[in-house]
Design a protein around this ligand. Structure first.
Ligand code: ADP
Ligand code: MG
Length: 258
């Protein structure tokens, strides 16, 4: 495997709370890798460290062999680590294609000239990206009227506008209906295959995880406890114990945590 992202001994303590402890893994070129685990396992904390939003207590993050440890979110993003947001950050008053054009302008450092060029700059590139996420037919609609699932697909197009090497998706399908979840992950899988982007994602719908990931890692109480393909994870006694023992059944999100 040719690692795009390499994580070594990543650790985060919040005072006495051990949120993430000595997590090491690699993300391969063109890989769709799932990070799963019960509520409070440390998944979002991992993501936030990878994005530069949280400073790690210890550990190292390498992108294509170069350390990006301790860089600020914008620097990490500039290096080619894209992300989709749990809360969609878009401009409701603009059209779908304008939002993607805005992202392309920002990617090319032209953000301040946007209003002058709004209708022309990068329009064809933006339409191409929208086509990739099956949103070309909605290009000229205003974002304010989009259905949630469509907004999510636009968000994916925006993330792709930055031509990321790695895409981090923390619960990309949160708030979506089961059918929409499957569709969004299928789309992501297609993009991974066609563009060779590498994706690390979390998801609590196990059907989605098992159907679409190339590899799955399980986090529990801040530690990686298992790693393998869908069959291996599904049948792993330790993993079953973590989910069943914790009161969570694969595919539901009912666990309360203090
Ligand atoms: P997950 O995303 O897997 O549900 P999180 O990464 O959000 O888990 O949380 C992991 C643990 O770290 C939890 O015990 C959570 O309460 C704790 N935690 C997360 N963020 C903070 C914070 N800012 N301050 C203190 N504790 C935190
Ligand atoms: Mg989380």
């Amino acid at each position: 495997m040719n690692p795009v992202l390499e994580i070594r001994g990543l650790t985060k303590h919040f005072n006495a709370v051990v949120a993430v402890e000595d997590v090491s893994f690699q993300l391969g070129q063109g890989e769709l890798l799932a990070l799963i685990g019960p509520n409070g396992a440390g998944k979002s904390t991992c993501f936030n460290m990878l994005m530069g939003q949280l400073k790690a207590t210890a550990g190292e993050v390498l992108l294509a062999g170069e350390s990006i440890t301790g860089l600020k979110p914008r620097q990490v993003w500039r290096k080619g680590v894209g992300r989709t947001f749990q809360i969609t950050a878009t401009y409701a008053s603009m059209t779908v294609v304008e939002n993607v054009q805005m992202a392309l302008l920002s990617h090319h450092n032209e953000v301040f000239s946007f209003f002058r060029y709004a209708t022309r700059r990068y329009r064809s590139e933006a339409l191409e990206l929208l086509d990739m996420v099956n949103m070309a037919d909605q290009a000229d609609r205003h974002c304010a009227v989009l259905a949630y699932g469509d907004l999510k697909r636009m968000e994916l197009a925006i993330a792709l506008a930055h031509d990321p090497k790695v895409l981090l998706m923390d619960e990309p399908t949160a708030g979506m209906a089961p059918k929409e979840r499957v569709a969004l992950m299928q789309l992501t899988a297609d993009i991974v295959r066609d563009k060779g982007v590498s994706v690390l994602f979390t998801e609590h719908d196990m059907d989605v995880v098992f159907a679409h990931s190339h590899r799955i890692m399980v986090l529990n109480r801040g530690r990686l406890i298992a790693e393998g393909d869908a069959d291996y994870i599904r049948n792993n006694p330790t993993v079953q114990e973590v989910y069943l023992g914790g009161g969570t059944v694969f595919g539901s999100e009912e666990t309360a945590h203090a």
